[in-house]
Design a protein around this ligand. Structure first.
Ligand SMILES: [Fe+2]
Ligand SMILES: [Fe+2]
Length: 249
């Protein structure tokens, strides 16, 4: 295991257990002081050593959308972020059909599928929240750059994630950990670089589903912290990509 991976796995938690409702609990919602501490922790933590593929993806995004961190650029990031979870969910169901006669393994496969669905939903809330901020801010989005291009990038990213998972599941998990680590740092850096967000009230449009936050700064810190949890979950799976029965799930 490389040194950079060790740095991040030291704080890794065990995979989330299911709630009484039968769903994984999802990333925790933090109070304002904890959100500020999370931001400081991210800014103190060095980034993972990104793979060539991850760096190519981030470079492509910088070329298409500029290096500057903006809410509009984050919507593209969130559109793409759901894709690996969709690929893993699909592969999980294939694995489940192969393991149906082995109930213990099948249960664990299903738990991992449920976790990917929860993370997809979490990314979907991020996208809805950011789109809401875009609309409220009257920010411009074009069909080519903000509809067509994200769809094309997501299409390619889905198949890369799927293919990697087929060959070596840990490659796919590691690529996602890179993506999530990048997202975590980008959100926290954006908030740190825009102090005006501290006094801008969060709209609360999706408060019932995602929680209520005093400021846009806290809302974005919460999203950044979710990305950290997604990263940590992927790093857990990098270390245990397959179940002992040999099924890649
Ligand atoms: Fe996200
Ligand atoms: Fe994420």
């Amino acid at each position: 295991m490389t040194a950079d991976l060790l740095d991040h796995t030291e704080t890794t938690t065990a995979p989330a257990r299911f709630t009484a409702s039968g769903r994984p609990p999802g990333p925790p919602k933090l109070a304002p002081a904890a959100l500020l501490a999370a931001q400081e922790q991210t800014l103190r933590t060095s980034r993972l050593r990104y793979s060539l593929l991850a760096r190519a993806l981030f470079k492509t995004m910088d070329l298409a959308y500029g290096k500057e961190r903006t809410i509009v650029k984050f919507t593209v990031l969130e559109f793409i972020a759901r894709v690996p979870y969709q690929a893993w969910e699909r592969m999980g169901y294939l694995a489940l059909s192969r393991q149906r006669r082995r109930s213990a393994v099948a249960k664990r496969v299903f738990e991992r599928i449920a976790q990917t669905r929860e993370e997809q939903d979490n990314e979907q809330w991020h996208l809805l929240i950011l789109q809401d901020l875009v609309q409220r801010g009257g920010l411009r989005q074009s069909f080519l750059l903000h509809r067509l291009a994200p769809w094309l990038i997501a299409f390619c990213y889905y198949h890369v994630s799927w293919l990697m998972f087929l060959i070596r599941p840990e490659w796919s998990y590691r690529l996602n950990a890179d993506f999530e680590d990048h997202a975590e740092h980008e959100y926290m850096l954006y908030v740190a670089g825009n102090p005006g967000l501290e006094s801008r009230p969060a709209p609360g449009t999706y408060g019932a589903e995602y929680g209520h936050y005093d400021s846009v700064a806290d809302l974005l810190r919460q999203i950044g912290h979710d990305e950290r949890r997604h990263k940590l979950d992927s790093l857990v799976n990098v270390r245990a990509p397959r179940f002992r029965a040999g099924a890649p799930v």
